[in-house]
Write a protein that binds this ligand. Structure first.
Ligand SMILES: [Zn+2]
Length: 432
């Protein structure tokens, strides 16, 4: 670390009150999701901050009332130096009206015993504020980074909405990305999640009185209740789940985290009819080395084979609908997995920043939950998850973040951003 970097780290200590105020400011914007559609004011604030710091700001609506904000700080020599995406979500977990036990109003932040309390402190407004504060200090010192720095404040993460996916589809890319979501300062990758609907459907609707013709000898009607046939699908899913549990594993995960949860079932129309349709909403977890499309195909292949063993399902196979861009709008979501290349440069640079600042090496682990990091990884960007706050607090009553950890995070990010955006790009022609 050079003298300038040390000065910057001292600035973070000296100005921690300002940093805490920034987190508090973000917590006061009430952005719970669901219900969502409430981030405009917070995102306008983020956009204004980024603009004042000299970024080119791109703001667009993902859903009405929920805009994404991306601020790009052009590097002084971007062709030769590495670019970085810093990504975080502005939405926070919902606060249930029935939820008892908050000692203070969730959106009125407060400090007690070195912890900052309020909804979103751990997940993940402290992370967003810390990263933004780094840029503020760099700019105030007049430091121009050679590589591009792209700051993404996205919406919708809590309900599987496509805030980060839209950033990728809009063309934002970089040589590396860090998602400053809740990781307790571990460097993390993650497994993935995909939701889907399995539908069993009869081409005809029969009155309840016709049931005897379809279930008794000599009835002559080759028909079925969609609800009864769905039982076979559910059993099939359970077999597949067990098969995965005993045959698949991934370092850093407990065995059997690759579950298939039959979460919601809807079927039948009325007691006077044979059920002509049954729909099952499932949630499938998979490992970092697996892809959501392949996993969906594995589930489909298995259930189609189960269906093949049933004379009616053979002729009326189940229908599959996978994923979706919002749990609110589409009743579906995808969080791609994120494998971690421990030898990769971004892990190495963050490790060394963490070690230099905190005098101890960071833990490298797998997040037991999912973040938007999967989308950035899916877009081919070497990505890591690294942020303050722990998962016991995320989404919890009396959510809080440790202030010393927030300061540590901000210092590590300062060092990491500075170092990464000074690293030379491998594809730089002049270097070869
Ligand atoms: Zn989060």
């Amino acid at each position: 670390m050079n003298k300038l970097q040390n000065e910057l780290l001292n600035d973070i200590d000296d100005r921690q009150e300002e940093l805490i105020e920034l987190v508090k400011k973000l917590v006061r914007f009430q952005t719970p999701s669901p219900p969502a559609r409430n981030t405009k004011e917070a995102q306008d604030f983020m956009a204004e901050q980024l603009m004042n710091l000299g970024a080119d700001v791109d703001q667009w609506e993902v859903y009405p009332g929920d805009p994404n904000v991306v601020g790009t700080f052009k590097g002084t020599n971007p062709n030769k130096h590495k670019s970085l995406i810093v990504n975080g979500h502005i939405d926070v977990a919902e606060v249930d009206e029935e939820e008892q036990g908050w000692n203070t109003d969730p959106f009125t932040p407060s400090v007690k015993n070195d912890r900052l309390y309020g909804r979103g402190t751990a997940d993940m407004k402290a992370g967003l504020a810390g990263a933004l504060f780094v840029i503020k200090l760099l700019k105030e010192k007049g430091i121009e980074l050679p590589g591009d720095l792209i700051f993404q404040s996205v919406v919708g993460e809590e309900v599987g909405e496509a805030g980060t996916l839209e950033c990728c589809e809009r063309g934002y890319t970089a040589d590396g990305a860090v998602v400053v979501d809740t990781s307790d300062l571990h460097i993390q990758g993650q497994g993935g999640v995909i939701t889907g609907w399995v539908t069993v459907k009869s081409p005809k609707t029969y009155h309840d009185a016709v049931r005897r013709d379809m279930v008794h000898a000599g009835g002559g009607l080759h028909a079925a209740s969609a609800i009864e046939k769905m039982v076979k699908m559910i059993e099939g899913l359970k077999e597949l789940e067990q098969y995965w549990a005993v045959t698949k594993s991934f370092p850093g995960f407990p065995a059997g985290m690759n579950t298939i949860n039959p979460a919601v079932i809807e079927g039948g129309r009325h007691a006077a009819f044979v059920a002509d349709e049954c729909k099952l909403w499932i949630t499938v977890h998979f490992y970092p080395d697996e892809n959501h499309d392949d996993i969906a195909k594995e589930v489909e292949d298995h259930l189609l084979k189960v269906a093949d063993g049933d004379p009616w399902l053979r002729d009326h196979p189940p229908i599959f609908t996978w994923g979706g861009k919002s749990m609110i709008e589409d009743k579906g979501e995808i969080f791609p997995s994120l494998a971690l290349d421990e030898e990769g440069q971004i892990v190495q640079t963050l490790k060394s920043a963490h070690t230099n600042v905190l005098k101890t090496g960071p833990q490298v682990s797998m997040s037991p939950t999912v973040t938007d990091g999967g989308w950035l990884g899916n877009a081919g960007i070497p990505t890591i998850i690294y942020g303050p706050g722990d998962l016991h607090n995320a989404h919890g009553i009396n959510e809080s973040v440790s202030i010393p950890q927030l300061i540590d995070f901000t210092k590590v990010m300062m060092t990491f951003i500075y170092e990464w955006c000074h690293e030379k790009r491998k594809d730089d022609k002049d270097e070869i």
